[in-house]
Structure formats: C-alpha cells, structure tokens
Design a protein around this ligand. Structure first.
Ligand code: GAP
Length: 562
C-alpha cells in the first residue's frame, strides 16, 4: 500500500463513546489535561509521549505534502509545478498587525450575560446550548411532550412543575418566579396550538417571559432560567505586555492565527528567494483564542496548533487555485486515514463567509460529539487580496507584485510585465483537531478480539511504527529480537517509536500495541533461530503471517511509504 492510498474505512463514528476515547487517550499517554495535578485548566490540553509523536507525525506529513513536495508533485491548474516555501513566525507581533487584519475590531463573539447567576453564553450558540446542555430545558420539554399529544393547556401540571423541578433547576425562570402571569400568556398562545403549533424554541421563550406585552418574548439563561441581557462583543484575543511597563502602549496580543505572520513576510520572501507567483508560504505553530466555551476534548481549545498555507496567485487564476486546493486538502485527509463517510467537504453559504473571504469550503469530520452532524477540521478560504491590501495600507509599505511573465509582448519577445496585488488561497488546518479526528476514526471496538479496543491509525501517522516480541526471554530469542529492533530503529526510528518487550503473555503484549495503534508486531519464536523467520501480526485484522527476518525492514518501509 502506498502512503497516499486511503485505508479501509472504519465504521461510522456515531456509535463511538467519547468517554471511552478520552479514557484511552489518558491511559495510553496520548492526551492529558494541562495542569492535571492542580485539577486541570479549562481549554488547555497536553500531549503525552504517544500523542506528542502522533501529532508530530501529522505535522510532518503536512510539512512534507504541502511544503517540501507540495501535492505529491501534482501539477497546478495551469500545468505548472506547485511551489511552496516555509516560514516560522512569532506568536507575538506588532499590535498594528491585528488592527490591519481586522482582529482587533472584529474578532469577538457576541455574548449574553445572565444578570441572575452571572453565566455567559454565546449568542449564536444559545439555541443549541439550551436544547443540548440545559437541565431545566430538558425537564420542561419533557413535560410538554405529553401536552403536545393532547394539544391542550394543563395548568395544574405546569404549576406543579414550576413549584417542584422548575424551582430547583431554574430558580430565576419567569415560569417559576411569576407562575400565574407566565402561564396566562402560555395559555393564550396554546389556545391556537391546533392551527399554529409551538416549536421547542417558542416553548422555552414563553417559559422565560412574564410581561409579554412590555418585553416581547425573552430568552432565558441555560443555567438558571433568568432573562439574558442583550448581546455584547467579547474579545477573543489574549492580551499581555511586552516589556517592563504594563500600560496600554505596551499591550501585545497572542496571535489568534498563524496566517498573519505569513502575510507580513510576503515581500521579504519574494525579495530574498527566487519564488515567483504563483507560490505558497506555509507556517505551523501555536495560536491562542480565549474561547468562551472550550469543549469537546481538544476540539475547541484556548491554545492550539495550526498548519496554514497562504498561496499567492494572479487574481484571474484565483478561483482555479481555490478549487485545486479545496480538492487536494480533502484528498490529503483521506490519504492519512479519514477515508470513510465521516469526512465531507462543505462549501460555505454566502452569509457564512468571514469578512475577508470571497469563498470558503470546510473539510469537516463527523466527530462522536457532533454526530450525526460534522465539525470543522480545516477551512480552505479564498481571501482575495484582503490581507496584503490591509497590511499595505496600515504599514505604508508597498506589497504588490511585479510579474515579469505577464503584460504585452515587447518587440524583443520579452514581456512588459504587470503589477498587481496577488490573491490568496488559504488552506488552514488545525493539528489538534486533526489528531483528534484521527484518534476518533481509528478507535474501534471489536468484542470478538481478546482485548477489544484497537486504534487503527494509518501506518504513516501511527506513533509506534513496529514492535518486536521475543516469545520467551531465553534460548537466544532476545538476541534475535534485539538485532531486529536495532535494524528497525536504524531505518524508522526517526519516524516513530520502535517497541521491544519480552514481558507478559504474547496476547497482552499484542493488546497493548493494538490500543497504542502500532500497526505491526513481529514475534520471535523457537523457529526463528532455525529458519530465520518471524511472525508478523497485523493490528487491524489480527492475522499473522510468517516472513523472513531479512524482509521485515523492507515490509515496514513499504507500509510506511518511505
Ligand atoms: N487563518 C484562518 C483561520 O485561522 P479558522 O477556521 O479560524 O481559520 C483554522 O482556523 C483551523 O484552526 C480550524 O479549521 C480548526 O481546525 C483550528 N482551530 C480554530 N480554532 C480552534 C480552537 N479553538 N481549538 C482547536 N482548533 C481550532
């Protein structure tokens, strides 16, 4: 199997338990909560030995396939070789960068505060949070299930709920604090239920509204039921100070995306290298967002790592390049193991587009916590010339490009040249979300196996590349195992761990490797000394085959695609 061939798709993700996946991640050293021994810190995650190597393999696969040998050597829309170079840029940049990029003015989530309990909720997520995370809403809607059947108003039942469960779960809800008046509005509305049924959102809002005529329908706090305040922007950038004086003049920001560092060096890269438009500049690194509701394990974190490419091209060719990158990025995620129906490419509707984008597609994965829906893994945006133009305006440094291959043909056969502001196509991936998607996709429970939890990671990405087990710790078997381990180390140690283990039953040793995602185990037994063969066990099928010891390195190399 070549490196770029998709793996066999595992069954769809919905049945997979996030609790079981998180438990395995901790147990086997993939992911730990940051500051674990202090009780953790919300929105921050660390990687253990296997997770750190898994994420490194993902980063290096990106680096290899996006920068060093972009798109596996595939030609671009005009038949040209795709050219990309890397940069590495600082987390803290000049504060004006964020003014120019639009982050200082616009990078904020609309938040609503509950004056009753002080809870904040993102305005655009309120409906979803109310219906999926609020205990009192679940309880109230449960009461309404019975009323929906009969389509009748049942004052006694709702009063009982308000005085009992409602009072306990949602002490600030209008239905609890002003039961009579709230119920009278509800009764009036429900009298028309037969011709105009109420949906869940309306039921929730009516329960939160005591003075319908004065206030209109209100939206309640998912936690206590109190009426939420109007939305106000909450800035997502972390702030700190550079230098000893901590005033506004020295205020700086932790970058919320790696992309801006690239735009800042567009001119430097053009001037200091021989790259010509079209070409890309890639950057991987940490980004920081003070997410209001970090959740779903590492999916929405406050510190995370991005791998972003800014690909600069002529405006006339930009939509061709946009389609090219969108399709390649989908294929790339498939090549490293997200090959099944859990991966989709979704084009944004016009009203979803970011302020800088004239077209965006997301590669989305069906995580267990988004199922049956999908969550963003990577965004591929057509950013037009927004960023270079903004930085040119704010820095007063000319960032346009003089293209000597364009313009009128001169009498000497050369070109007059054309000056333009390049357009930018940005495939922006998240390495933590990528790592999480690979773990979720690979996580498989097979009750027919002695140890049913298996992590089916693509060999290229797997943190442990191979394991060598002497069946017994005697009779010369450890020596043969050591020699094979050394050979595997010498060839693949730079790509991941090579494990060697002589303890425990062979079944337990296989089970440990299955959970850790090691694709191949090689067992040395009594015959190995006689005929120089070993048993190769395949993680995904559990099947074993006999092979000559001197074929092992070649076999592993072929599976890893190196
Ligand atoms: N430069 C464009 C940009 O940053 P984005 O869609 O905001 O676009 C790109 O981020 C990718 O970064 C996302 O697709 C996701 O994988 C990752 N990402 C964004 N916010 C994240 C967070 N809070 N936690 C983990 N990953 C995140």
């Amino acid at each position: 199997m070549s490196t770029h061939a998709p793996t066999t798709p595992t069954p769809a993700t919905p049945g997979k338990s996030m609790d079981a996946i998180m438990a395995l991640c901790k147990r086997r050293g993939f992911v730990y909560q940051a500051s674990d021994i202090y009780g953790g810190i919300n929105g921050f995650w660390d990687y253990g030995p296997l997770g750190a190597q898994l994420k490194k393999n993902l980063r290096e696969a990106w680096w290899q396939d996006m920068i060093m040998n972009p798109c596996w050597g595939r030609k671009g829309p005009g038949g040209e070789r795709v050219r990309c170079v890397p940069v590495e840029t600082c987390i803290i940049q000049h504060p004006k960068v964020w003014e120019a990029s639009g982050h200082l003015a616009g990078f904020a989530d609309p938040m609503r505060k509950c004056p009753g309990c002080g809870h904040f909720v993102r305005a655009d997520q309120l409906r979803d949070v109310l219906k999926t995370q609020s205990e009192w809403v679940a309880s109230l809607l449960n009461e309404f299930e019975a009323l929906k059947q009969t389509q009748t108003f049942d004052r006694d039942r709702l009063t009982k709920w308000a005085r009992g469960k409602g009072k306990k779960l949602a002490p600030n809800l209008a239905l609890v604090t002003s039961t009579e008046t709230t119920l009278s509005w509800l009764q009036e509305r429900m009298s028309t239920w037969a011709i105009n049924p109420m949906n869940d959102d309306e039921i929730i809002d009516y329960a939160a509204t005591a003075q319908l005529q004065q206030t209109g329908l209100q939206q309640p706090c998912p936690r206590c039921g109190g009426v939420l305040g109007t939305p106000a922007p909450f800035k997502l950038m972390f702030e700190t100070y550079a230098g000893i004086i901590q005033t506004d003049d020295n205020k700086v920001y932790l970058r919320p995306e790696t992309a801006q560092g690239v735009f800042l060096h567009f001119k430097n890269v053009v001037d200091s290298t021989r790259v010509k438009v079209p070409f890309g500049i890639g950057n991987t690194g940490r980004s920081f967002r003070n997410e209001i509701t970090p959740r779903n394990f590492t999916f929405r974190s406050r510190e995370f790592e991005q791998a972003e490419l800014e690909f600069f091209c002529h405006p006339d060719e930009s939509f061709e390049w946009y389609k090219f990158w969108r399709d390649f990025r989908m294929e790339w995620w498939q090549s490293i193991g997200l090959a099944g129906e859990n991966l989709i490419l979704r084009e944004h509707a016009k009203d979803e587009l970011s302020h800088y984008s004239v077209g965006t597609s997301d590669v989305e994965y069906r995580f267990p916590f988004t199922a049956p829906g999908f969550g963003e893994l990577e965004g591929i945006a057509h950013r037009g010339n927004y960023d270079l133009t903004q930085h040119q305006t704010h820095s007063k440094v000319k960032l346009d490009y003089f293209d000597t291959t364009r313009g009128e043909t001169l009498p000497n056969g050369g070109k007059k040249g054309e000056r333009y502001m390049p357009h930018c196509i940005e495939p922006a991936a998240g390495l933590d979300r990528g790592t999480l998607a690979l773990i979720c996709e690979g996580y498989t429970v097979d009750p027919s196996r002695p140890s049913p939890e298996i992590l089916k990671l693509h060999p290229r990405i797997a943190p442990i590349k191979a394991a060598v087990f002497p069946l017994m710790d005697k009779d010369g078997l450890p020596e043969i195992a050591d020699k094979l381990t050394d050979d595997l180390f010498a060839n693949f140690g730079r790509l991941g761990f090579i494990e060697s283990d002589a303890k425990q039953s062979i079944g337990k040793r296989y089970a440990r490797m299955d959970e850790a995602g090691c694709p191949y185990c090689f067992t040395i037994d009594g015959d190995s000394a006689k005929d120089q063969t070993v048993t190769c066990r395949d993680r995904d099928t559990g099947q074993q085959m006999r092979m000559s010891i001197d074929k092992v390195v070649g076999f592993v190399g072929e599976k890893l695609g190196v």
